[in-house]
Ligand binder design. Structure first.
Ligand SMILES: Cc1ncc(COP(=O)(O)O)c(C=O)c1O
Length: 387
């Protein structure tokens, strides 16, 4: 085995493209100088495109969870009533954050592995007219579900003025996101997933409507007070020392996404999902989600007759191939394959091929090549634009 070779197919952090790695190795610059301002000036409009918004997207140093916390602390006050839609471990995280701030939480929980139905959310909300914000997860990484975020706001608006706050950590940048058209008030994502960067940056899109609520909130905390970021971003700077190396990397990652074309980036992710799903279906190994609810960025596999954790160990030992295990109540019951960011159909074919060997070595009786062939067929059918 090559000493420093590994195949990272977890749903984040994801592999870093060499040109992004090189960009991040640039010598440090002064964070209050012109070069940093120029960098931010160049990044601002490009992030807006990825988020599908006319509003500036805030850039904060922190992990994805601090983005969720920023949304909570800025948009909601202690004792406010909110609705959190829980479709897995990350929806549950919103509940924990809200509770930590003394916010009153109504939980609408959906069976893990399924997406929520916006009409049901609307009907549920009728009972709670005081709810001031609805929290949802775009891609629920723990189950591989992509929720119908594009339909959420219009359903909610029929019965409520609540803000729509979305965790897009594990998919924005890899799937279509139209904050303004869809009526999303706050959208959060992190750098270590579809943006092809290490962890450490988070991006927060905020609607005009949400800014009004945030501006009138008397207690927005300190570091995560988004009004500070808005004021400084307006002047092409940041309130605190930015993670400059990551900004160098972001500049290059955005350039890569632009060169490929955002529509093609999204098409590539859909194609990779279909390839992975076709492979497991051909191998007759169950998937946790149905086709309609499946995420373009992560696929959860639910083995029935072999042990998910043992299998993960086998492929790691054999090839240093990492896939993720299940979280929380799905621990030991599923494994999850990340196919986002710096990941191509070629990577998917290689991963599936290694997985088939791992399955054989885990004692599963499969016909070698059957899954790979199914994925190859999808590629030949639908992969025209991938070159
Ligand atoms: C959907 C989602 N939300 C939030 C997070 C938390 O991000 P972080 O671990 O960077 O705090 C993750 C991380 O996997 C995620 O997938």
């Amino acid at each position: 085995m090559l000493l420093d070779q590994q195949f990272l197919r977890i749903p984040g952090p994801t592999p870093i493209p060499p040109s992004v790695q090189r960009a991040m190795a640039q010598p440090m610059i002064g964070h209050r100088g012109n070069e940093t301002s120029e960098l931010l000036r160049s990044i601002k409009p490009r992030l807006k495109k990825v988020f599908g918004t006319d509003q500036d997207v805030m850039i904060v140093t922190g992990s994805g969870t601090s983005g969720l916390e920023a949304a909570v602390v800025n948009a909601v006050k202690p004792l406010d009533e909110v609705l959190v839609i829980v479709t897995g471990a990350f929806g549950a995280r919103f509940v924990k954050i809200c509770e930590a701030y003394g916010i009153r939480v109504h939980i609408y929980e959906v069976e893990w592995g399924k997406a929520f139905d916006p009409n049901e959310i609307r009907n549920y909300l009728r009972r709670f007219p005081e709810v001031s914000a609805v929290f949802a997860t775009y891609c629920e990484t723990s189950t591989g579900v992509m929720n119908p975020i594009h339909e959420l706001a219009s359903a909610v608006k029929e019965v409520s003025d609540a803000l729509i706050i979305v965790d897009g950590v594990s998919c924005v940048g890899g799937v279509e996101t139209k904050m303004d058209d869809w009526g999303i008030d706050i959208m959060v994502t992190g750098s270590q997933k579809a943006f092809m960067l290490p962890a450490g940056l988070l991006f927060i899109g905020v609607s005009e409507r949400a800014w009004k609520v945030i501006d009138s909130n008397p207690n927005r905390g300190f570091y995560l007070d988004l009004t500070k970021y808005r004021k400084d971003l307006d002047k092409d700077t940041t309130p605190f020392t930015p993670a400059l190396s990551l900004l160098f990397g972001l500049d290059q990652a955005l350039a890569m996404m632009e060169k490929e074309g955002l529509e093609n980036v999204y098409g590539r992710h859909t194609l990779m999902k279909e390839m992975v799903r076709a492979a497991f279906m051909a191998l007759k190994i169950p998937l946790l989600t149905n086709d309609k609810d499946a995420s373009d960025t992560v696929t959860a596999v639910q083995p029935e007759d072999f042990n998910a954790e043992e299998f993960r160990k086998v492929i790691n030992k054999e090839f240093r191939l990492s896939v993720a295990g299940g979280q929380d109540r799905l621990k030991g019951k599923i494994f999850r394959i990340g196919h986002m960011g710096y990941c191509s159909p070629a990577d998917v074919l290689q991963t599936l091929s290694m997985i088939e060997i791992g399955l054989i070595k885990s004692g599963k009786n499969i016909e070698l090549g059957k899954g790979v062939a199914a994925a190859q067929r999808i590629y030949l059918e639908k992969g025209e634009n991938m070159r």
